[in-house]
Design a protein around this ligand. Structure first.
Ligand SMILES: NC(=O)c1ccc[n+]([C@@H]2O[C@H](COP(=O)([O-])OP(=O)(O)OC[C@H]3O[C@@H](n4cnc5c(N)ncnc54)[C@H](O)[C@@H]3O)[C@@H](O)[C@H]2O)c1
Length: 297
């Protein structure tokens, strides 16, 4: 999907990967860029940088964990800039790194509310408007290497939330109308301010958490956000579902493939009969057989 002349909306675009996606979309001749973030000042700064290059840009303050607010912003973006041709559901947080047996429920609730509910709310609000508009469109979701097999001990809630993001994207891929596609980018370490996102944890989920030295030091060693944004938008333009950015992640993805191969080899060895219980095939058969289905009396 070519980005030239498209309206592009990016969440989490005040900083890091989101800001880089917004700027890269402008560099690829997007018609306009909607810069969406909880951080209104940061969003305005990104929009000003883009406008300074001669591309129309507007900033929208939004907490993506608030489904109604996301709906309101999707309406505002559509009314002011037009229905987006590309929506990057990128905003996310990384809760404090704590082993799962010691972690607090507030961090799990927060990871799920922003990374999962917020991503879904973004895809739903914009996806519905794009579906109704009938023009070709694309969704880009920022997951993580943690979604495809990097089991980072000590950061379980983040890993849980990013698996969920991949799951919802994979289902959506089958449910979207034909004129809308979806890609998921799965970056490894990127040099952004994500290490400090604990400062954003809301009071009702336990309030801000102090920043930690290890995440800060790790992220400082990451690749530049601009490199990830360029690969992600290359993936969108090539219409690939999964977009990798860090070659070493293949080792972890391969380890998961090995686990799967071992599990099914053991099943075969146990002599369990290969009767099909394929849930997707069975659901299709049941729908086709239901009273009122085409071909049914
Ligand atoms: N930095 C990495 O190493 C890395 C690796 C893989 C994936 N990611 C993912 O990339 C995405 C962007 O993160 P980043 O690394 O650029 O970090 P970042 O902290 O620089 O950017 C995240 C942005 O999201 C915004 N945000 C946070 N909560 C929000 C909310 N509730 N509503 C709206 N906006 C909100 C923040 O204000 C911030 O501008 C996240 O989904 C993150 O999980 C990051």
């Amino acid at each position: 999907m070519n980005l030239e002349g498209r309206v592009v909306a990016v969440t989490g675009a005040a900083s890091g990967i989101g800001a880089a996606l917004a700027e890269e979309a402008a560099a690829r001749h997007a018609a306009a860029v909607a810069v969406i973030d909880l951080d209104a000042d940061g969003a305005r700064a990104t929009a000003e940088r883009i406008a300074g290059r001669g591309v129309k840009a507007a900033a929208f303050a939004c907490d993506i964990a608030d489904i109604d607010e996301v709906e309101r912003v999707a309406t505002e973006v559509t009314e002011t800039l037009g229905v987006p041709g590309l929506v990057c559901a990128n905003a996310g947080v990384n809760p404090d790194a704590t082993p799962l047996l010691d972690a607090e429920p507030g961090s799990l609730g927060w990871a799920l509310s922003v990374n999962v509910v917020g991503t879904w709310a973004t895809l739903r609000a914009f996806g519905r408007r794009m579906a109704a508009a009938q023009d070709p469109g694309w969704l880009l979701v920022t997951a993580s290497e943690h979604a495809i097999g990097v089991p980072f001990a000590g950061n379980g809630f983040y890993t849980v939330s990013k698996h969920a993001v991949l799951g919802l994207s994979d289902v959506l891929r089958r449910e979207l109308p034909e004129h809308i596609g979806i890609s998921v980018v799965v970056p490894g370490l990127v040099a952004t301010g994500l290490w400090n996102s604990g400062s954003l944890r809301p009071q009702e989920l336990g309030g801000p958490t102090p920043s930690q030295d290890l995440p800060r030091a790790l992220l400082a060693r990451g690749v530049e956000p601009a490199a990830v944004a360029a690969l992600a938008l290359d993936g969108v333009e090539a219409e690939r579902f999964l977009v990798a950015t860090h070659p070493h992640v293949k080792r972890y993805a391969d380890a998961r493939k090995t686990d799967l191969a071992e599990a099914f080899a053991a099943l075969e060895a146990a002599g369990v009969p290969d009767t099909s219980y394929d849930v997707m095939e069975m659901a299709q058969e049941l729908v086709a057989e239901a009273p009122g289905a085409p071909g049914e009396q």
